[in-house]
Write a protein that binds this ligand. Structure first.
Ligand SMILES: [Cu+2]
Length: 109
């Protein structure tokens, strides 16, 4: 009897530790910018597989900071960071990456 109540107490303690505001899950992915929609604070990206989250697809991401959108334009290859909680998904960081092509002409001209 004592053992069971101890286990329950520990379980309760662990779930309470998760609290009302769990830390967001951080995910990274790569893709190509299709469209920047500044009024909606969104960027539409044709992204590659994001392991454990999504297969490759074209979709829109909401950014947490509108300033992230200003450096992006259609055709940009990007690596991006997402923060996911149960209720929200935000693109929180983005960097442009060089394209690796068969001919090795990835750099800008
Ligand atoms: Cu997706």
């Amino acid at each position: 009897m004592k053992k069971i109540s101890l286990v329950l107490w520990v379980l309760f303690g662990l779930s309470a530790g998760c609290g009302p505001a769990p830390a967001p899950e951080i995910l990274t992915g790569e893709g190509i910018v299709e469209k920047v929609v500044i009024p909606d604070r969104r960027v539409i990206v044709a992204h590659e597989d994001i392991p454990g989250f999504m297969d490759a697809m074209t979709m829109s991401f909401e950014v947490n900071k509108p300033s992230l959108l200003h450096k992006l334009k259609p055709g940009d290859h990007i690596r991006f960071t997402l923060e996911r909680t149960k209720l929200t998904l935000y693109l929180v960081a983005v960097e442009k990456i060089a394209i690796r092509t068969a001919e090795g002409q990835g750099s800008s001209e």
